[in-house]
Design a protein around this ligand. Sequence first.
Ligand code: PSU
Ligand code: MN
Length: 300
Amino acid sequence: MKIDYSKEVEEALSQNHPIVALESTIITHGMPYPENLEMAKKVESIIREKNVVPATIAVIDGRIKVGLNNETLAYLAQKKDVIKLSRRDFGYALSQKKTAGTTVSATIIVANLVGIKVFATGGIGGVHRGASETMDISRDLEELALHPIAVVCAGPKAILDLPKTLEYLETKGVEVIGYQTDDLPAFYSDKSPYKVNYRLDKPDEIAALLESKWSHQINSGVLITNPIPEAYSLNYDRIEKVILKALENMKTNSVQGQETTPYLLNKIKELTDDKSLASNLALVYNNAALAASIAASLYN
Ligand code: PSU
Ligand code: MN
């Protein structure tokens, strides 16, 4: 397999040392520069503080990279015309030597190829509002269903249809765990009107769930939903109004397909005077810390 590892990740893999995978679409398409770069470095340091190795995954000039150095992170964070890479896009990006941010779906694929079991992100993609018309359902859900990996997030992104996303995950056999919560976290908000499948309060209980599931060859993913810290949580009803406005804007501008999510995140940032970006950063850091604790417990 033509995959380039950072030295740190290569060593961790050979010594069975805990690793947390990180995606890179959040860097290339999810946040503006320079906040994206600051975020990419800080998540890694949060993971290292727990003696766990971070593995940011991306495609650089047609090579799959697992573990990026600061120079490559800086390059990726500023690069224009970078591909948002999902399962669909591997053939083109690799053969044409393109540079790409890997979405949750593509990051799951690569993490699984190299044997990483825990992955932290902000929010996953899911069933979009209006999906019965547009059929826009994120590939993230399919890859979660296909591979034994734990994805730690702050819930599906609030721009989505949350009940339909939960239904879809049920159909696909993906357990939705609430970390210290019964309510489904909704990305910018720590609560939503919906419930998670099961609540677990300790990282080692989550690790035990993963081991129980996977040791019986029930090889599907698990979604760990971790509520955004209260200080950064935005009111669910208030942010819902902002989302509706952003969705209207999106229609007016005929935005569709893979541009949908980056467009909405950016519009919401504008409409909230950057408050949503501060929340997005806080929730990513919170997820990195939980993912590192789960990974450490899993490899013990
Ligand atoms: N989480 C964030 N910001 C993001 C994303 C996640 O806080 O930008 C990205 C992830 O890479 C996810 C993608 O896989 O958004 C979903 O895109 P889509 O809805 O087109 O599948
Ligand atoms: Mn889509």
